[in-house]
Design a binder for this molecule. Structure first.
Ligand SMILES: Cc1cc2nc3c(=O)[nH]c(=O)nc-3n(C[C@H](O)[C@H](O)[C@H](O)COP(=O)(O)O)c2cc1C
Length: 44
């Protein structure tokens, strides 16, 4: 069986929503890439 994974980085949540939609459509696994230090609204 082929396994798929959607990996994403999202600071504002926009890419996260797209990654979640892709995951549901393809039945892939979802993996969030986390920065070593979280970005703040001011840092974006
Ligand atoms: C600190 C920071 C720097 C970034 N620099 C770039 C960049 O130089 N070029 C680029 O194409 N995107 C850059 N991005 C945009 C990210 O790739 C973007 O956050 C990603 O497309 C996810 O979008 P989202 O946070 O709205 O979900 C940067 C994002 C952050 C948080």
């Amino acid at each position: 069986m082929t396994r798929m994974i959607v990996t994403y980085f999202s600071a504002t949540g926009t890419t996260e929503m797209a990654a979640e939609a892709l995951t549901k459509a393809t039945h892939a696994e979802l993996y969030r890439i986390e920065p070593a230090e979280r970005y703040t609204r001011l840092g974006i």
